[in-house]
Write a protein that binds this ligand. Structure first.
Ligand code: NAD
Ligand code: GLY
Length: 372
């Protein structure tokens, strides 16, 4: 990432009454936690990371936290979506108990969405709930998963099926950590940035059309704007509907198809953002066939997703009955009610709604939107 000379940071506030917290966004934040007057107090800290991220960024965080806590421990988990399981979660509890951490421990999730979701869930469960801080190091985690308090793990039968709402006390988005992120992961994160356009902000969508090259080149100002605007949108949605009584479901645009792709291919084969990318095209195509958006909008979305280096078509999950397999997997979705799948659809660019659709129409969409 090309850094500007002057260090600067910005705060986005997430307003949830007693559970409110700031999202601090800027370059080189881990090296300068003085910006963290908001660092929660505690008797110890446990930095949870994985075998990829810990060697790159844990030292800096541990050193910075040593000035804030009497003891700082680390737990390094195996890397990968396929490890977002009970077994891996238990390694966090092993570390907490081995180090004798009391309920004033503060957990730090240093990594992408997998580490964030698992650390948050561990914090929700340990001694019935302790504080945690999100330190997201992927674009996806900085623009989406670190904000809003959804935590959990996967089940072999369904994605993110076991978890809890547990808000972090603070989110630290250090844009400099993105320097080490592989290009495929950067692109995957772009899917969650693009998502905010069709559901909430077509101005952001147009900005992405104009700035996609700068983003992929990791230009600091472009990344800072994308992260900030995404966090603002997410903060306003979560602030209005923390526990997904309704509105918050719009953040799942593309995710119903996307989760089916992830589970159907085997966790870790398609990245989450890749599944969401192909899933957004499918959801937009479904919206189009229901008369809610025109074909030109679907094409505009497809073009931007392609420019981000993301897939615009889903994989074939079953050679005999591909659409049937998608439907089977999509029925295991947290938005489903009484076995009826509910999709996030686009009701005119910039506005999303949650709706059911006839199976026959969904089958048609899957048929035209999957790799032949
Ligand atoms: P990830 O956590 O698997 O990270 C992607 C890869 O990048 C991993 O190999 C990781 O080790 C590596 N990595 C992370 N930071 C790095 C860095 N700075 N440099 C080099 N490598 C780095 O995947 P993700 O895309 O961040 O997150 C996907 C997960 O997030 C999924 O499990 C998804 O369900 C979840 N998610 C949760 C929410 C939520 O609201 N809680 C929202 C969206 C997605
Ligand atoms: N990423 C979806 C949500 O936070 O609700």
């Amino acid at each position: 990432m090309a850094h500007s000379q002057e260090k600067s940071f910005t705060n986005v506030h997430i307003d949830l009454g007693a559970r409110s917290y700031p999202i601090v966004i800027g370059a080189d934040l881990l090296g300068d936690l003085r910006k963290g007057e908001n660092i929660p107090a505690g008797t110890s800290a446990l930095v949870v990371s994985n075998t990829t991220v810990a060697p790159l960024h844990a030292r800096q965080l541990v050193d910075a936290l040593s000035g804030h806590y009497p003891q700082v421990h680390t737990a390094v988990l195996p890397d990968g979506e396929e490890h977002k399981t009970w077994q891996t979660l238990n390694l966090i509890f092993d570390a907490l108990l081995t180090h004798g951490c009391d309920r004033k421990v503060v957990l730090y999730a240093l990594g992408g969405g997998v580490i964030g979701d698992m650390t948050g869930f561990a914090a929700a469960c340990y001694m019935r709930g302790v504080d945690f801080v999100q330190v997201p190091t992927t674009l996806l985690a900085q623009v989406d998963s670190s904000v809003g308090g959804k935590t959990g793990i996967n089940h072999p039968l369904g994605k993110n099926m076991v978890g809890a709402f547990h808000q972090p006390r603070l989110v630290i988005c250090d844009l400099s950590t993105l320097d080490t992120l592989p290009a495929r992961e950067l692109a995957a994160g772009m899917a969650e940035v693009i998502k905010y356009g069709p559901i909430a902000d077509m101005e952001l969508f147009a900005w992405l059309e104009a700035n996609m090259d700068a983003l992929l080149a990791r230009e600091a100002q472009a990344l800072a704007h994308a992260v900030k605007r995404s966090c603002e949108i997410k903060a306003s949605v979560v602030g209005a509907d923390e526990r997904e009584a309704g509105l918050r479901a719009i953040l799942n645009f593309g995710h119903t198809f996307g989760h089916a792709i992830e589970a159907g291919m085997g966790y870790g084969v398609w990245l989450h953002g890749e599944g969401v990318a192909a899933g957004m095209v499918m959801a937009a195509e479904l919206s189009c066939r229901l008369g809610m958006v025109d074909a030109a909008f679907v094409q505009r979305l497809r073009t931007l997703i392609k420019r981000a280096g993301l897939p615009t078509r889903g994989p074939v999950l079953d050679a005999q009955d591909n659409a049937g397999r998608y439907l089977e997997l999509m029925r295991v979705d947290k938005k489903a009610e009484a076995g009826e799948i509910r999709f996030v659809l686009i009701d005119g660019p910039g506005r999303a709604v949650l709706r059911a659709a006839p199976d026959a129409l969904v089958r048609e969409v899957i048929d035209v939107c999957c790799i032949a």
